[in-house]
Design a protein around this ligand. Sequence first.
Ligand code: ZN
Ligand code: ZN
Length: 356
Amino acid sequence: MSATIPTQFTGQAALKKQDPKNFDLHETKYTPRAFTEDDVIIKIDACGVCGTDLHVMTCGWGEHDQFPAITGHEIVGRVVRAGKNTTHAVGDRVGVGAQGASCGECVNCKNHEEPYCIKGFVGTYQGPTGDAVQPYTQGGYADYYQGPGHFAVRIPDGLDSAVAAPLLCAGVTVYAPLAYYGAKAGKKVGIVGIGGLGHLGVQFAKALGADVYAISHSDRKRGDAATLGATGFINTHDGADKVLAEHAASFDIILSTSDQDDMPLNELYLPLLKARGQFISVGLPNDGLPKMGWALLGKTVTGSLVGSPKELEDMFRLALEKNIRPWIETRPMSEATQTVNDMYAGKAKFRYVLVN
Ligand SMILES: [Zn+2]
Ligand SMILES: [Zn+2]
């Protein structure tokens, strides 16, 4: 089998720091680091386009020189080579999300909290490998992906590869904190931002049994939110006074997928929470969260980073059982450049998936 795997993988790469007004990716080959018995090689069927991909290609979160950069961390495909130390076999359909590796030995890794590995989160792309041939990892806008089998999870048969892909980052990013912080029947949950993450947040919160409100800055997504299963809709443009008159101190959980710099945390989100309620941010504004004042008392503000392999498995089970499906548009892998430009322009409704 391994004889049919090319010695070089081919991806759609950013060759240098990208201008966000004009992404320009090029087909590029690279040689993967030496295969180990902990690894799998996946022949990629589909890879979702995540906002993080764009941030990395434009150096939006800080300058770096790791180019060529092949991004993409919502990878689904078939195992074509499986190391002896993995639980996978050739032919298995698996997915890899945003985390490609971790130390595997620290207290957090041992407790199924790999995203919070003390030695550091190793990204599926741009992560250090310690290897001279391939010093940093490359992602899923490509024909093949190689990485530790521990971070490749089985995809249930009932889910198409392109449909499963966005669940690997966007899906688990919202599922993991909702499940952990107890979204369930009898709880009122607000999802801030109805986009790639938020449209899945509404579906997962509903699937977990909660009463879900979509919280958006205009009425544009009102219809979509209802279709996704939200029972209520809050337009923050109405102003805090009007919103709080109806909803103050009524939410158990508010999950924010927004990274807007002027988020109304003290003015609106914290006052919307009941005492002991939780505000969870999965999108972080460039300047961090606003300074908190009195509104914080009796509330918890926390952040959450993707999800562990175990949470991915739990999420896929729930997605299959409750028929949770990302809204996607598929594009050929060869159209990665146009797709990334459209993503940056905000045209995704709600996720693009590149397919081979
Ligand atoms: Zn992502
Ligand atoms: Zn660790």
